[in-house]
Design a protein around this ligand. Sequence first.
Ligand SMILES: Cc1cc2nc3c(=O)[nH]c(=O)nc-3n(C[C@H](O)[C@H](O)[C@H](O)COP(=O)(O)O)c2cc1C
Length: 202
Amino acid sequence: MSNKRLLHIDSSARLTGSDSRRLSSQFVRQWIDNHPEYQVIERDLVSKPLPHLDETMLAAMMSPTEQHTPEMARIAERINMLIDEFLSADAVVLGVPMYNLGIPSTLKAYIDHIVMAGRTFTYTEKGAVGLVTDKPVFIITARGGVHSGMVTDQQVPYLKTLFNFLGIQQVNFIHSEGLNMGDELRSKGIAEAQAEIGRYAA
Ligand SMILES: Cc1cc2nc3c(=O)[nH]c(=O)nc-3n(C[C@H](O)[C@H](O)[C@H](O)COP(=O)(O)O)c2cc1C
């Protein structure tokens, strides 16, 4: 019976020909082959984009529900739905292209929805504490160049710190790099990522 959930999040602006989408789909197939008790929840941040933070959204996040206008109530419903979906997942896999050294703005908009005081983190006397139960998160990056371990990699420090902040320690990265650096490096980058996917999805 399917009683566990793998949340599959894609963020490449390319709906066809995307390496991060192809690799994250491969991860999902292999994960399900090896963990048949899982069902997959799909969240595509490009075919169903989320709005950026704006004044009304901030007001909806920071005010009690009884003060919500109908528009704020709709926004709060969307935020709560996304947080419930994230919290209900037993594992999460993300396909994340590198755009201008960082993550796609579609993924940032998603993060701006699910990071919410009182639901996914809280403030204490000792500072902020994550409220999310630890679970494995697999982040599959696609990069035209090679950035691993270099200062130009602004994806790993940000995403690792962010998920740690929410209480998630099991943050795993699988990089496909050098994808725009000629056929040889591209093939090597894809093959290395596929081998890592095989290991993590086992
Ligand atoms: C807007 C844009 C910005 C990019 N910025 C970078 C970058 O900063 N560093 C890099 O190595 N590759 C960069 N690339 C190349 C992509 O990371 C690469 O093509 C990757 O395969 C995209 O993921 P996808 O195949 O899932 O769409 C950029 C591509 C686009 C379209």
